[in-house]
Design a binder for this molecule. Structure first.
Ligand SMILES: Cc1cc2nc3c(=O)[nH]c(=O)nc-3n(C[C@H](O)[C@H](O)[C@H](O)COP(=O)(O)OP(=O)(O)OC[C@H]3O[C@@H](n4cnc5c(N)ncnc54)[C@H](O)[C@@H]3O)c2cc1C
Length: 471
């Protein structure tokens, strides 16, 4: 039975402005007092932002599907399942869009088809690791934990595997615009996604040459792209420093002007249409003849079907079903500059620095870096400030007087592909996680695919590369 009142006794913290982030930990400033909940049908405005603290439509009907996780992937799954006529409940200790989906770089990167372990990567790693401003960092105390994943990633970099991963990435991420359209149109959020391209820039021919293999992969997938010289780069983005010699415009990519608000707007629409969102952390789940039983601090519920879309924490839930998934978190950082003094039209990706500077409604967001330090270690905001230092080289007029910093946990699998499909041995549980650097891009397409599977429809792409038992 799906019953019992739901409290918010397991809120978690969210991290813009120096807070750490993980389900189960409490934020000093952004989490409402537990005594304020439960309250049905109300929303609290907190720090001037709409926060969905609540979240039931008081529907007497019991949900047919529970979605665990209210990030972009969970909310997109819930939205697509609802469009198919299912009664859906989302469970999360956090309000929608408060974990990794809060602070990403906003790129809708339809052209992403280069796996993490793809060509050109390994030769650059030693240089990145010794550069304190570099795009990669590893906390050495975490190495023993991360090593098996890193070795799997290394093995995933074999040329034949890279080609297959690249094709599977392309099949999924190229669907992004079509998959988002129905969701943003019906939620009245069509203006939140901008399909006007993004541009890679390199300071040296040498840096560009190091990535020749990656660009070969992109060309092999037939992406629309335009090679740029120094003058053309300046024409496209006059605010850029005149230091870039090479660029490539990926014209079919684009960006979201506020990734957190996108999740919130979709969640509000889901609620308005009869969906339910419960502030509860799932601590256990099991399957049986009556369906999927979910334990939370607020009670135990049984639903016919469940979707695990819990981002970087998903493997913990999959393990409860006996399914071992090598999910690791690559922590990333952003700095959002409120009055940046520059207004690039497009997101700009630094080829050397591997960070993206994206124009957003909150200002200019500079985001990137990959840090291996696990789910529990406190953030190292020096990494966010390092992004600003690098961004000042990119935009000499950049003003950083007002900025906020953030860290989020990317959910990463060693072959770069997410897990999408039925759980092995538990066909009424579906997995939708592991989108790594590309969860915003792949969120809506994943929701569509999960809805197809639940409905028994033939998915439009081959889902074999995303199976959970591939490891
Ligand atoms: C710096 C940075 C830049 C990025 N830039 C981009 C970009 O430009 N483009 C792009 O496409 N992607 C980007 N990404 C990646 C993208 O943000 C992630 O892939 C995406 O947000 C993952 O979404 P998710 O819904 O899977 O996870 P999350 O947003 O992390 O949501 C997971 C939710 O599950 C909940 N949860 C966890 N455990 C439980 C439990 N036991 N019970 C109930 N709920 C639970 C959590 O509280 C959380 O709300 C970036 C990431 C970072 C860090």
């Amino acid at each position: 039975m799906w019953k019992g009142s739901v409290g918010a006794n397991d809120s978690a913290c969210v991290g813009e402005g120096g807070q750490s982030l993980s389900p189960g930990k409490r934020s000093p400033t952004r989490t409402p007092a537990p005594g304020a909940l439960p309250f049905a049908g109300r929303r609290a405005a907190l720090l001037g932002q709409i926060q969905l603290d609540v979240m039931t439509n008081n529907s007497p009907a019991e949900p047919q599907i529970a979605v665990i996780g209210a990030g972009i992937v969970g909310i997109a799954c819930a939205s697509y399942l609802q469009r198919d006529g299912h009664r859906v409940a989302v469970l999360d200790p956090l309000p929608p869009g408060e974990a990794c989906s809060f602070g990403n770089a906003g790129a809708i990167s339809t052209g992403s088809c280069v796996p993490m372990a793809g060509p050109g990567l390994w030769s650059q790693i030693p240089g990145w690791l010794v550069d304190p401003l570099g795009p990669l960092s590893l906390r050495w105390s975490y190495l023993p934990h991360a090593l098996p994943w890193l070795l799997r990633c290394l093995r995933a970099g074999r040329p034949d595997k890279v080609e297959a991963q690249s094709k599977a990435m392309h099949a999924l991420f190229a669907r992004a615009w079509d998959a988002y359209q129905p969701l943003i149109k019906s939620a009245g959020a069509a203006d939140m996604l901008r399909r006007n391209g993004y541009v890679y820039v390199y300071e040296s021919e040498e840096a560009y040459a190091k990535e020749a293999g990656a660009w070969r992969l992109r060309r092999a997938r037939g992406l629309p792209m335009e090679e740029l010289g120094a003058d053309e780069i300046r024409q496209i983005e006059p605010s850029l420093a005149p230091i870039f010699k090479r660029g490539v415009l990926l014209s079919d990519a684009g960006h979201c002007i506020n990734p957190q608000r996108l999740v919130q707007v979709l969640a509000e629409h889901f609620l308005r249409n009869g969906g339910e969102i419960r502030r509860a952390r799932v601590t256990d789940l099991s399957t049986g003849a009556t369906g999927v039983t979910l334990s939370t601090e607020a009670g135990t519920f049984t639903v016919p079907r469940a979707v695990i879309a819990a981002g970087a924490w998903s493997h913990q839930l999959a393990a409860k079903l006996g399914c071992k998934i090598p999910l690791e978190t690559e922590r990333g950082y952003h700095a959002t500059l409120k009055n940046p003094g520059v207004a690039p039209r497009l997101p700009v990706m630094s080829g050397e620095g591997k960070f993206l500077a994206t124009p957003m409604e909150m200002g200019l967001r500079v985001a990137g870096t990959a840090e291996f330090a696990g789910l529990d270690a406190p953030p190292d905001y020096a990494r966010a400030r390092a992004l600003v230092t690098r961004a000042k080289r990119m935009f000499p007029q950049l003003c950083d007087t007002e900025m906020s910093v953030w860290m989020g946990h990317r959910p990463c699998l060693p072959d770069t592909l997410p897990v999408i499909g039925a759980a092995p041995g538990a066909p009424n549980v579906y997995f939708a996680f592991g989108h790594g650097h590309l969860g915003l891009t792949g969120g809506a397409a994943t929701g569509q695919l999960i809805a197809d599977l639940v409905a028994g429809r033939q998915p439009p792409i081959d889902l074999a590369p995303y199976r959970a038992d591939r490891f």
